[in-house]
Design a protein around this ligand. Sequence first.
Ligand code: FES
Ligand code: FES
Length: 181
Amino acid sequence: MGANSMSERVDHPPLTEPTAWRGVELVVNGRPLTAQVESRLLLSDFLRGRLRLTGTHVGCEHGVCGACTVLVDDVPVRSCLTLTVQCAGTHIRTIEGLTTAGKPLGAVQRAFHDNHGMQCGFCTPGFVMTCTALSEAAERPDEDHIADELSGHLCRCTGYRNIRAAVRQALDETHGKGQTE
Ligand code: FES
Ligand code: FES
């Protein structure tokens, strides 16, 4: 519908959004950092845009796919739903922090490699970070716990069979043989 003489003219200036900048100190992949960030800056954007850690993938951007999962103080967290300022004082690990260049792969990455637990690889960093948390748990997680954790990750390629095999291998290596199938 086109404008006509009855149209109300709307030319107020936009409301200004209060955008506070905050200083945060945090450790990323063992590297202590200090940064000034907008209070609304998402952790995923901080990692990818400011630190160039693009191994953390962003898919759905609303907490459904799990691709953006990183570890915050060893807990898997969706970085697309987390503000950077919430992570002040924490230790964050991303996929880049799991292996040093030139060094052998760790148990989880090797398990995904050995079992072809990926195709396009888009979902893989998220799965690997969650599997890393499972492999570092004090005790081998039970089947329900593993299923729960993996249910928070979507893969459009693999059908999950090889991913499950990779998780089983990683947990066998870190916790000894279990009943994960
Ligand atoms: S991009 Fe964060 S859950 Fe999908
Ligand atoms: S390997 Fe392609 S989305 Fe999972």
